[in-house]
Design a protein around this ligand. Structure first.
Ligand SMILES: [Zn+2]
Length: 254
């Protein structure tokens, strides 16, 4: 009788012990996996910091410094203590993940802003042809007097496509006495481009255009000695030399 009771007690104890042993081993495995996750997250953090530097964003404080450690006393029971610590580690990893995610979102936003900034700078010659008259003083072909030429003239056959040199919006299409049919694009940041002597316009006012989109066709309207495109770049309302804005690979000089 006594033996029987002791035997069943022993089995219960042994089962309890086995259960704890199983828990302890499992918790150890969880801790190893968490350590691996922590390492991956540290590498991800390093990559994010490199990307931030490439995107021209300021350095951020090491997120490990921003995380506090748990203030509660650890329980005495070793299994409970491990569970408690694992829980704390998971909280840290979650906070770190959110931090890196936000940091990467900043990188994406910065890159999009930069991309938009470059997309809006007029950087290609708006029509294939030869620049016959540059920016600056020249003899006026009609009066023979010396006069300042505020743009460049690109000689091209009638009907040659005129393309947008950058992302922008069509702000004006109108006929002007000297310039004939004209078109103006607003590229943002105070940069405008102006096209004159056009045969026809392919866009409407308010339309958004991208670099390379056909906006008009070369013509001979207004006071013009032959089919050509008169092209101006205006920065904060001041007309500047457009050749400074044309990347040489796209330019054709005679
Ligand atoms: Zn001109």
């Amino acid at each position: 009788m006594f033996l029987l009771v002791a035997g069943s007690l022993g089995t219960a104890f042994w089962k309890q012990h086995q259960r704890l042993d199983w828990q302890a081993r499992h918790i150890q495995r969880l801790e190893k996996k968490l350590a691996g996750l922590q390492d991956s997250l540290r590498l991800l953090g390093q990559q994010t910091r490199t990307l931030r530097a490439l995107a021209g964003l300021p350095e951020q404080e090491d997120p490990q410094n921003l995380l506090g450690t748990g203030g509660l006393a650890l329980p005495n029971d070793p299994v409970q203590r491990h569970i408690y610590k694992t829980d704390e580690t998971l909280d840290r990893l979650l906070a770190l993940t959110r931090y890196e995610l936000l940091s990467l979102q900043n990188v994406e936003e910065a890159l999009k802003r930069q991309q938009d900034h470059w997309a809006r700078i007029p950087s290609i010659q708006p029509a294939d042809g030869y620049i016959t008259s540059g920016f600056g003083y020249r003899k006026d072909p009609f009066t023979g007097r010396i006069k300042f030429h505020h743009g460049i003239d690109i000689f091209a056959p009638r009907g040659t496509p005129v393309v947008a040199p950058a992302r922008g919006r069509v702000v004006r299409i109108r006929r002007e006495r000297g310039y004939g049919l004209t078109l103006e694009l607003d590229h943002g940041n105070g940069i405008h481009t102006f096209y004159a002597h056009l045969q026809s316009v392919k866009v409407r006012r308010g339309q958004q255009v991208e670099r390379g989109d056909t906006i008009a066709f070369v013509g001979n309207t207004g006071r013009s000695t032959g089919p050509h495109l008169h092209y101006e770049v205006r920065v904060q309302g001041r007309r500047v030399n457009p050749t400074r804005y044309i990347i040489p690979a796209y330019a054709f000089y005679d």
